[in-house]
Structures are given as structure tokens and as C-alpha cells.
Unconditional design. Structure first.
Lengths: 341, 541
């Protein structure tokens, strides 16, 4: 299985991969999650052999891959925006890897049928790539990567170029295809919902480092640091002082749930942590409301901190300028002590 | 990419060494021979102080300026119509305008002789050979440059700018004057400089259409070298010419840098529309006059070649194979046709291999070394054909006899001229390939050589086909260099035509016309046939 040990890639002075460790289990999908420029794609390219390592090693079944050329690794790669061959039709794209492996014509045809059926494109064999929709192109790319039965499948932002409806639909499909093929997969994305939906484990990357690896639920429950929490869509990072079991936030005091020493800390509130509460201790003024379909996100100014976001049902939104009372669930308050300088 | 095998490294070295070595041997060395000869014992001083040669220099400059101005006057209206109006046959008209540009100079010269000679439709002008036919032929040749360069740019200019000016209260004329003209200026300047360069180094047209009293520098170099055997003076003139051409190229680059304005360009289809009302007459008139001007001479050439005296006859073509002409010629005209076709095939093959290798290197890694190589390989563009031929004469006259007398010097010289065109056609195509396509092929199990065959080659096949057509056209029509180096017993068609024209007598002119028609058909067929080759699996990109 794949093992990445202390992988290092330098681009000039910058470390695109900074001593990355990561291992894959058989038939496991790991999502590599991070903002753009965090080194996700570099990690995939290094595993593929398209990017040379400046340090560390990448092994398959304990054997170092350094001497194995990319075209001999038998790894599947689905590129961002797919990189389909514009001069070949759907069939020409899907059978490409089989031709390279000199599979005979009849076997090739049978395998192409099989994977086209798997991704639901049986009718499009002879279509030119330019005439396909984004979702169809995405599935051709997936079929092309799967056709050669790779040992490992790498997907680089496979849904990045699609609109919302297609994203949701294809996400489910990709997951079921990966399950059925019992493939190990590395799935790169910047979208945490996508990562959580598709992967058994998530590796979060920041500036070339893997900062946290774990099951989606564990990562969501306990992001390793304030930056990770903010990246997962938790509230803004705010500085607060912890004293006598109470967190003194800019919005007011909140009882501290977690153990931890007194002193300065960075705090982050979960998306669902603040709610409208007539008995709440926080006095706030509504700045604006954003209608998102099933609910309304209300931003309200409180104390001398950044606005607090409260999610309410679509019918319950207060008017702009209205005074409201808000409470923050102590369990939804993540506190990260700041090391003393 | 990642690993480098010894074999891969050797291939990479070859891709740099072969093109650079080829041009060093067959371009830099001949040019060096000219330099060496021209720097001998005051040749330059003699040339600069000779009043006759100074007159030649001034005349060359003068005729180039006048030709350029006339070409702009004829070409700009056509460029406007092609860029801004949609009319039936628009694509055909654009292709038609390009035809004279790919035609051999000798064919164009013969066509104008057919127009003006006794019995021709323009006999009443009594022009015969002189300045006027030469200037008109220059315009005929170069209209395509203006229509393609300016028209192409104009078509992509966003017409909404002009509309915005109209909404701000500018009249149609003022909107054109203050918005469109300044935006077009760089394209017009570029077209004008290219036309200037072509006419400044005009050889075939000047030699065959102007009278002997009006020689351009090119003609004078030829005369000094071949007729008067004064290699020293010829070399000094060639050096002057190279310096002048480089100065123009340098100025052109500067102008383009300074005038470059970032602009939003739109697809040509957006800005073209059907002409309305009075516009229809203007558009129709411009199209009609341009078509008559470009098509007339060629039609007359064909028509005259099919006449003997006042009667329809294939006699001129039949006479090509007869022994009557063989007594004064070393070889039959049909042998010249065969030579031309063979030379064109060899020159095209050499240019595609050399230019293709260089393109791969230039496209793969941008950087200083690559840019230097690119610039070096472009130098033949700025060098006239006569200079190349004369350089060959000087450089290889004492070469091992196998090379000095080899008929293969001719296709090699043609390839030197054609290599820059191959590079200019193929490099952009290679650069347009998304590098991830190559990565995708690699990840699907294609070894580096296979990636090239499966991705790069099919995607650039069209560019290679266009380049091949252009190489073949260049080789078939090449006149200036060939005149210096073709062995008397291995003439090409242009050389055979020139020999017919150089001899007195009606029958010889008739045969020159017939051969010109053959050469014209050959060129058009080759260019269009190669461009039409449908490459398997090739999609639109």
C-alpha cells in the first residue's frame, strides 16, 4: 500500500511539500483537503512521479518508487479540468491506457464497454470531447482512469469545474464507484463538505504540511488548531482570555467547558453554536440577514468583537437594526490556548 | 520531468545540435564568407563612394517606399471590407487574396509581361519593361500581407469601441479617425514594414520587369557577381543590404513594443455584418476592383498561354517537349519540372525535420538559451534570397568537390529559407498543448516517446501540414538563391522560365508563359493539397 514518508518538495525558497507523512490502507479513500496553494496537487504529482522529491520517499508495498517511471507505476490520475485528449473521441480516450498496455482489440472493447457502463456513458462512445457537457467529460475522465484497473486512483479536484447540481450528483456516484471497485484513492479538494462526503479519512494540508489526519467526524469535532477550525467554516478566530473557568470573549463571558490553563487563547465558535435566546447573555444588533434557502444567517454586532452569526429558520429572521439576545453554547466554543511568547 | 535516461539526453542534444549545426553550416558560414569578402581592401569604401552604386541604393529605397504606400492604398479598403462585412464568398475571397502571395515571383513577372506585351490587353499603355510594371507587380504580390495582417486584427477589434464613440457624439468619420485608426496603427505599421522589407529586397520582379537602368540592390548584387564577376563589390553590397534590413527589423520590433496597447479582442464573427443600403455599392466596388486587380493578370497569363498568335492552341505546351528548344537548352522543360518537384520534396523534408526539432526545444523550455536559439534560427527571415545564394557561391566554391557541385545545394538553400516558417507555425501549436495532456498520457502508461506520438504529433499535425505546404511553395518558387547555385544541367522551373525570357523571340515568350502556368498550378495544387490533408482523428481545438 502507499506510504509517504517525510516527503519534501522545494520550489525555490518555498516548501511546497514540507515533510509530509501519510499512509493509505487497502480500498481506503483519503481526502486531501486544503486551501489553494497548500500543496495538495504537488502531493498528488509527487505520488504520480510527475514531481521529483527533494527529500523523503514514497513507497508502494514497502518498495521505494523513486526508480519507477510515472508511466510504469500503474496509478490512475484524474486531472483537474480532466485533461481529456481533444483529438480523440470518448472511446479513444477511455481505451488509451489499454492500448499502451497492448491489450488486444477484443479485450479492449469489452473493458471499454464495462467502464462506460460503470460511469453511465454507454451511448456516448463515438462522441467528440468538445461536444460533451462538463458532467459527461468528468465521467469520461473517471472511466479513462479506471479502465486500466489502477492500483491507486488519484483525483485532483474532480468536481471543481462543475455547477452545484452536478457536484452533488457526481459526488454520490464517485463514492459508489470507488466502493464497488474497492480501490485505494487519494481525493484532493478544497471543499470540506465534499471531502467529508467521499472519504473515510481526511488529511488537512496547510502551507505544505499535513496538520491533521482523521475520520471526518473526529476532525469536525476537534479541529487541531484555530486555523483548521476557521478553514472548516467555523466562525472567525477571536482572541480571548480564560480566567477562573470562564472565557472572557469580546461578546461577554462564557463558561469554559474544556480543561486548560488560564491565559490568552484563540477561540472559534461552531457554525451552529450561537442561537437566538431571549435569556441569552449577549446583547446584539442585527447588521444583515442572508437568505440561503432553508434558513437565514443573521449577522449581529455584539460587544467589541466581530459580528456573531446566528442561524435561524426562514420565517424567524429579525429585521435589520433590531436588538436581539444571543447565547453561545459553551460546548460549541473551541478554545486554543496561545503559547506565551 | 523526473528521470533522464542517457538515451533521452542524447535525443535532447541532437534536437539542439542538428538545427543549430544545419544553420551554422548553411547560413552562418555563407554569410561569414560574404563578410570576409566585403571587408577586403576597401571594398566598402569603393561601394559607398561610387555614384552609380549610390544611385542604385537610392532607387532601391525609393521604389520600396512607393511600393509600400501603393500596397497600403490598395490593401486597406479590402482589409476593411473583409474585417467588417459579412458577404457571400467571404472565406473564398480571403483565400483568393492570399494566392498571389504564395505564387512564385517568376510567375507574377511573366503574368505582367503577358498583360503588357504586344497583343496583350494593356498593350496600349506602351509600358513594356520599366518602373511602373515593377511597382504594380509589387502591389499585386503584397496586398495579401495588408489584408491578412490588418484585416485579421481589424476583425478582432471590438466594434463597440467605435459605437461608444458614436454614442458620445462623434460622427462616423471622427469615430473612425480617433478610435479605430489609433488602435489599428500597430497592425498597419507591422504590415507596412513587412511589405517594405519584401519590396526592398525584391529580386525576381525587379530583374524581369524593370529595365536594366533601374536595378535594385538585389539585382545589382547578382549582376556584379554573376555578370561582371566582381565578387568584392557584390559582397560589399550584400553587407550593406543586410545592415539595412536588420535596421528595419530592429525599428519594427521597437515600434511594436512601444505601440502595443492591451485590448480586448472579440471573435471575428461578432463584428462582421451584412452591408446595408449605400454600403452595398462601396463594398461591391472594393471587392470587384480587388478581384479584377488580383485575378486579371493570372487570367491573362492562362489565356495567353493557350494561344499561339491569335488562335487557341496548346502549341506552347506541346513545344515544351519538342527538340527545337532542346538545342538551345541543356535540358528539356519537363526535366526542370521534375527537378523542381524533387527539390521541393527534399527541401520540405529537411525543413520539417530541422524546424520540427528546433520547435520542440523552443516550445519546451522558455529561457534565455532558448530565446537565443530562437533568434538565431529566425535570422534567415531577415536575409534576402540573393544574399543566401551568393553566400553559398562564396562559401562552397572551394568546398570538397562533392558538395560544391552537388545539385543538393539547391534544396538545402531552399530549406534554409523555409526553416523559420516551420518554427513560426509549429511552436505556437506545441505551446498550445495543455501540459496535463502529456501527464495524463504518462499516467495511462505511455513512455515519453509514445507521449510525443500520441499527444504532441496528432495535435500539431495541422500546423506541420501548413508548414509543409508553405515550404513546398517556397521551394517551388525560389528564384534568387537558385539562380546562383543551380547547376546549368539541373535547372528548376523558375530558372527555365528565366532562360526562356532572356532569349529573344516570340516562341520563347510563349514557352515562358506555358511554363509559368504549369508552375502556378503546381504551386497552388501543392499548397492546397497539403493543407487539405485530413489527419486521422484530428479534432478542432
Amino acid at each position: 500500500m502507499l506510504e509517504i514518508e517525510q516527503a519534501l518538495v522545494r520550489f525555490g525558497d518555498r516548501r511546497a511539500l514540507d515533510l509530509v507523512d501519510l499512509a493509505l490502507l487497502p480500498a481506503e479513500t483519503v481526502a486531501v483537503l486544503g486551501p489553494s496553494g497548500s500543496g495538495k496537487t504537488t502531493l498528488l504529482r509527487a505520488v504520480a512521479g510527475l514531481q521529483r522529491l527533494d527529500g523523503g520517499r514514497i513507497c508502494w508495498d514497502r518498495a521505494d518508487l523513486v526508480a519507477v517511471s510515472p508511466h510504469e507505476r500503474r496509478f490512475g490520475f484524474m486531472f483537474q479540468e480532466y485533461a481529456l485528449f481533444p483529438h480523440r473521441d470518448v472511446e479513444g480516450n477511455v481505451e488509451f491506457g489499454l492500448r499502451m498496455a497492448t491489450t488486444d482489440r477484443a479485450a479492449r472493447k469489452a473493458r471499454v464497454d464495462e467502464v462506460l457502463e460503470l460511469v453511465g456513458l454507454t451511448g456516448l462512445r463515438a462522441r467528440r470531447i468538445a461536444t460533451l457537457s462538463g458532467g459527461e467529460q468528468q465521467r469520461v475522465a473517471l472511466a479513462r482512469a479506471l479502465a486500466v484497473s489502477p492500483r491507486l486512483l488519484m483525483l485532483d479536484e474532480p468536481l471543481g469545474a462543475l455547477d452545484r447540481v452536478w457536484r452533488r450528483r457526481l459526488l454520490t456516484e464517485i463514492r459508489s464507484i470507488l466502493d464497488r471497485a474497492a480501490l485505494s484513492a487519494l481525493y484532493v479538494t478544497h471543499d470540506h463538505e465534499e471531502a467529508f462526503a467521499v472519504a473515510a479519512r481526511v488529511a488537512i494540508m496547510r502551507e505544505g504540511k499535513v496538520v491533521q489526519v482523521g475520520a471526518p467526524a473526529d476532525v469536525w469535532r476537534a479541529p487541531v488548531d484555530a486555523w483548521t477550525a476557521a478553514f472548516l467554516g467555523f466562525g472567525p478566530i477571536v482572541r480571548a482570555e480564560v480566567r477562573d473557568g470562564v472565557v472572557h470573549t469580546p461578546w461577554g463571558p462564557i463558561p469554559a467547558r474544556a480543561r486548560g490553563a488560564a491565559g490568552w487563547a484563540e477561540i472559534v465558535v461552531r457554525p451552529d453554536g450561537a442561537r437566538l435566546d431571549p435569556a441569552g447573555s449577549i446583547d446584539a444588533t442585527v447588521l444583515r440577514s442572508t437568505f440561503t434557502g432553508t434558513r437565514v444567517e443573521v449577522e449581529a454586532a455584539a460587544g467589541d468583537g466581530p459580528p456573531v452569526t446566528v442561524v435561524v429558520a426562514a420565517g424567524d429572521a429579525p429585521a435589520v437594526g433590531e436588538r436581539i439576545r444571543v447565547s453561545i453554547d459553551p460546548g460549541a466554543l473551541l478554545v486554543y490556548p496561545v503559547p506565551a511568547d | 520531468m523526473t528521470r533522464r535516461t542517457p538515451l533521452g539526453r542524447a535525443a535532447r542534444c541532437a534536437r539542439v545540435a542538428i538545427p543549430v549545426g544545419f544553420l551554422a553550416l548553411f547560413f552562418a558560414w555563407p554569410l561569414g564568407a560574404i563578410f570576409a569578402r566585403s571587408l577586403r581592401a576597401g571594398a566598402l569604401v569603393d561601394v559607398v563612394t561610387d555614384p552609380v552604386l549610390r544611385r542604385v541604393a537610392w532607387f532601391t529605397l525609393w521604389q520600396a517606399v512607393v511600393s509600400t504606400a501603393l500596397t497600403l492604398a490598395v490593401g486597406l479598403p479590402a482589409a476593411y471590407v473583409v474585417a467588417r462585412y459579412d458577404f457571400p464568398g467571404r472565406r473564398a475571397f480571403r483565400a483568393f487574396v492570399t494566392v498571389p502571395f504564395v505564387l512564385p515571383t517568376v510567375v507574377v513577372a511573366t503574368a505582367f509581361l503577358a498583360l503588357l506585351r504586344p497583343g496583350g490587353p494593356l498593350e496600349f499603355l506602351h509600358w513594356q519593361r520599366g518602373i511602373a510594371p515593377m511597382l504594380v507587380a509589387h502591389v499585386f504580390f503584397n496586398v495579401a500581407v495588408v489584408v491578412r495582417t490588418v484585416g485579421g486584427f481589424w476583425a478582432n477589434l471590438d466594434p463597440r469601441r467605435e459605437e461608444a464613440a458614436r454614442m458620445l457624439g462623434a460622427s462616423r468619420f471622427r469615430a473612425f479617425r480617433h478610435v479605430t485608426v489609433p488602435l489599428l496603427a500597430p497592425a498597419i505599421a507591422a504590415a507596412a514594414s513587412i511589405v517594405f522589407l519584401f519590396t526592398f529586397t525584391s529580386f525576381g520582379v525587379a530583374l524581369l520587369l524593370a529595365d536594366p537602368a533601374h536595378a535594385t540592390l538585389e539585382v545589382e548584387i547578382y549582376r556584379q557577381a554573376v555578370e561582371l564577376f566582381d565578387l568584392r563589390t557584390a559582397a560589399a553590397l550584400a553587407l550593406l543590404q543586410i545592415v539595412a534590413v536588420l535596421a528595419v527589423l530592429f525599428a519594427l520590433a521597437r515600434v511594436q513594443e512601444r505601440r502595443a496597447v492591451a485590448q480586448r479582442l472579440v471573435g471575428a464573427a461578432d463584428s462582421a455584418r451584412r452591408p446595408r443600403g449605400r454600403e452595398r455599392f462601396v463594398v461591391g466596388a472594393i471587392l470587384g476592383v480587388t478581384t479584377l486587380f488580383l485575378g486579371g493578370p493570372l487570367a491573362v497569363l492562362v489565356w495567353r498561354s493557350l494561344h499561339v498568335g491569335a488562335h487557341w492552341s496548346l502549341g506552347s505546351f506541346r513545344a515544351l517537349g519538342s527538340s527545337a528548344s532542346a538545342s538551345t537548352l541543356f535540358v528539356s522543360p519537363w526535366a526542370a519540372v521534375r527537378n523542381s518537384v524533387e527539390f521541393a520534396a527534399i527541401a520540405t523534408a529537411i525543413a520539417l525535420v530541422v524546424g520540427g526539432m528546433a520547435s520542440v526545444v523552443i516550445a519546451a523550455r522558455p529561457g534565455r538559451a532558448t530565446r537565443t536559439m530562437d533568434a538565431f534560427l529566425m535570422l534567415p527571415l531577415g536575409t534576402s534570397a540573393v544574399t543566401v545564394g551568393f553566400g553559398f557561391l562564396l562559401a562552397f566554391e572551394h568546398a570538397p568537390s562533392g558538395l560544391a557541385t552537388s545539385p543538393f545545394l539547391v534544396p538545402i538553400a531552399h530549406a534554409v529559407v523555409a526553416v523559420p516558417f516551420v518554427i513560426r507555425a509549429v511552436v505556437p501549436a506545441l505551446r498550445s498543448i495543455d501540459p496535463r495532456l502529456r501527464d495524463a498520457a504518462t499516467m495511462l502508461g505511455a513512455a515519453p516517446r509514445r507521449v510525443w506520438r500520441e499527444v504532441d504529433l496528432p495535435i500539431t499535425a495541422r500546423a506541420f501540414a501548413v508548414a509543409a505546404g508553405f515550404c513546398a511553395a517556397v521551394s517551388l518558387g525560389e528564384f534568387g538563391a537558385t539562380l546562383f547555385i543551380a547547376r546549368p544541367d539541373w535547372p528548376t522551373v523558375p530558372i527555365a522560365i528565366q532562360r526562356f525570357l532572356a532569349r529573344p523571340g516570340e516562341i520563347n515568350v510563349d514557352q515562358a508563359l506555358a511554363m509559368s502556368v504549369i508552375l502556378m498550378l503546381l504551386t497552388v495544387v501543392v499548397v492546397f493539397a497539403i493543407e487539405r490533408v485530413r489527419v486521422r482523428d484530428l479534432g478542432e481545438l
